[in-house]
Design a protein around this ligand. Structure first.
Ligand code: FPP
Ligand code: MG
Length: 333
C-alpha cells in the first residue's frame, strides 16, 4: 500500500467536505492510531495484519485530510513504551516500518508532485541502524517539499522529547551560544522535535481509550481533544468529519485560550529581560539607579541581543540535527 492513496470522495462525501470547509478547518491534526490489535482479534487475523491494515488506514486518512484542506498531520506510529511489547511484535513493527519507508523512497516522484514533506519525530538512535538509515534517507528526500506535511512519531514519547529539548538548551549554554537566562517556554518549544510545526489544532485518539499516553503533551495544551470509540483500522471519512465538527464547535474558545497564552508568554519574556537588565545596570552602574528612559533603552537593546543569540543557537541546533540525518542517510544502501 502506497503512502499517497489515490481516490476521489463520492458525491455525498464531497458535499459534506464542502460544507465543513465553509467553517474553520484545523491546519494540523494529530492522531493516536489505537486499536490495531483489537481489530485483528475481532477479524481473526494475526496482529501483524492488524498493524498493516492500520498503515493502510493512515494512507486513506491522509487523503481525506488533503481533501478537507488539512495540510499537516502528525501520527503516533511507535511509542518508546512499545519496545516493552513482545519481541515478535516489536520486530514485526520494525519490519513494517522498513517496508513502508522503502516504499516511500520508491514513491519519491509522487511525493514531489503532491509536495509532501515527511518528517520523523523521535529518538532514532533507539532503532535498528538499518531502519535509522532508511528513515534518514526518506526524510532527507522530502525535506524541501512544502505543500503538506506528515510527521511520523516513531520511537517517541513526549517526556523523552521534552527531556531532550532541555539537554539541547544545556548544550547551548555549555557552548556559550545562549545564557541560562535565555531559557524560556518559547525556547523549549523551539528545541522540541516538533519545532517546525504549528501546534496541533485537533488531536484524535481512536479505540475508546481516553488517555494521551505521553503523546505531544507540550504541544496540545490548547488543542481540541477528541476521543472516538472506533478501532483505527475501521476509521472512516465520517469519523474524521465528526471530529472536525467538534473542533469547529470549540474553535472560538480554543482561539481565545491561545491568544491569552501568547500574551502571557510576551509578558513573561519582557519581565525576564527587565530582570536581566536590572542586574546588569546594578553591576555596571556603581549602584546608582538608572533613570527610566535609560532603563527602557537598555531593555530594548538587551531584547535585540537576546534574540540574535537565540537565533544563532537555533541555527546551530538545526545544523547539528541536519548533519546527523545527512550523515545517516549517506550510509543507507
Ligand atoms: C496502536 O494499536 C498502534 C500501534 C502501536 C502501531 C501503529 C502503527 C501503524 C498504524 C503503522 C504505521 C507505520 C508507519 C511506518 C507509519 P495497538 O497495537 O495498541 O492495538 P490495541 O490498542 O488494540 O492493543
Ligand atoms: Mg493500544
Amino acid at each position: 500500500m502506497s503512502w499517497i492513496r489515490e481516490g476521489e470522495l463520492n458525491l455525498i462525501e464531497r458535499l459534506s467536505a464542502n460544507i465543513l470547509k465553509a467553517g474553520p478547518v484545523p491546519k494540523h491534526v494529530a492522531f493516536i492510531m489505537d486499536g490495531n490489535r483489537r481489530f485483528a482479534r475481532k477479524k481473526h487475523v494475526d496482529r501483524q495484519e492488524g498493524h498493516s491494515q492500520g498503515f493502510n488506514k493512515l494512507a486513506e486518512t491522509l487523503r481525506w485530510c488533503l481533501q478537507l484542506d488539512i495540510p499537516e498531520v502528525t501520527v503516533y506510529a511507535f511509542s518508546i513504551e512499545n519496545f516493552n511489547r513482545s519481541r515478535e511484535e516489536v520486530d514485526g513493527l520494525m519490519e513494517l516500518a522498513k517496508l513502508k519507508f522503502l516504499r516511500l523512497l520508491d514513491e519519491r516522484e509522487k511525493l514531489e508532485k503532491h509536495g509532501v514533506c515527511i518528517r520523523v519525530l523521535g529518538d532514532l538512535t533507539l532503532l535498528p541502524l538499518d531502519l535509522q538509515q532508511l528513515i534518514a534517507k526518506a526524510v532527507v528526500a522530502t525535506r524541501e517539499h512544502n505543500r503538506c506535511f506528515l510527521n511520523v512519531c516513531f520511537a517517541y514519547t513526549s517526556r523523552h522529547e521534552m527531556a531532550n529539548a532541555v539537554r539541547e538548551m544545556a548544550w547551548g549554554v555549555e557552548q556559550g551560544l545562549i545564557k541560562a537566562s535565555d531559557v524560556s517556554e518559547a525556547l523549549l518549544s523551539e528545541c522540541l522535535y516538533s519545532s517546525n510545526s504549528p501546534n496541533p489544532d485537533l488531536l484524535i485518539r481512536t479505540s475508546g481509550e481516553v488517555r494521551l499516553s505521553d503523546f505531544l503533551l507540550w504541544q496540545t495544551s490548547h488543542s481540541c481533544l477528541v476521543f472516538q470509540s472506533v478501532l483505527w483500522p475501521e476509521y472512516s471519512f465520517w469519523n474524521l468529519c465528526d471530529a472536525v465538527i467538534q473542533y469547529q464547535c470549540n474553535h472560538a474558545s480554543i482561539t481565545k485560550a491561545r491568544e491569552l497564552h501568547q500574551d502571557e508568554q510576551r509578558r513573561q519574556q519582557l519581565e525576564a529581560d527587565h530582570a536581566c537588565v536590572a542586574e546588569l545596570l546594578h553591576h555596571h552602574g556603581n549602584g546608582k539607579p538608572a533613570d527610566a528612559p535609560r532603563r527602557q533603552e537598555a531593555v530594548t537593546e538587551y531584547g535585540v541581543r537576546r534574540e540574535a543569540r537565540v537565533k544563532d543557537f537555533l541555527d546551530a541546533l538545526r545544523n547539528k540535527r541536519d548533519s546527523f540525518l545527512t550523515e545517516l542517510a549517506s550510509q543507507a544502501t
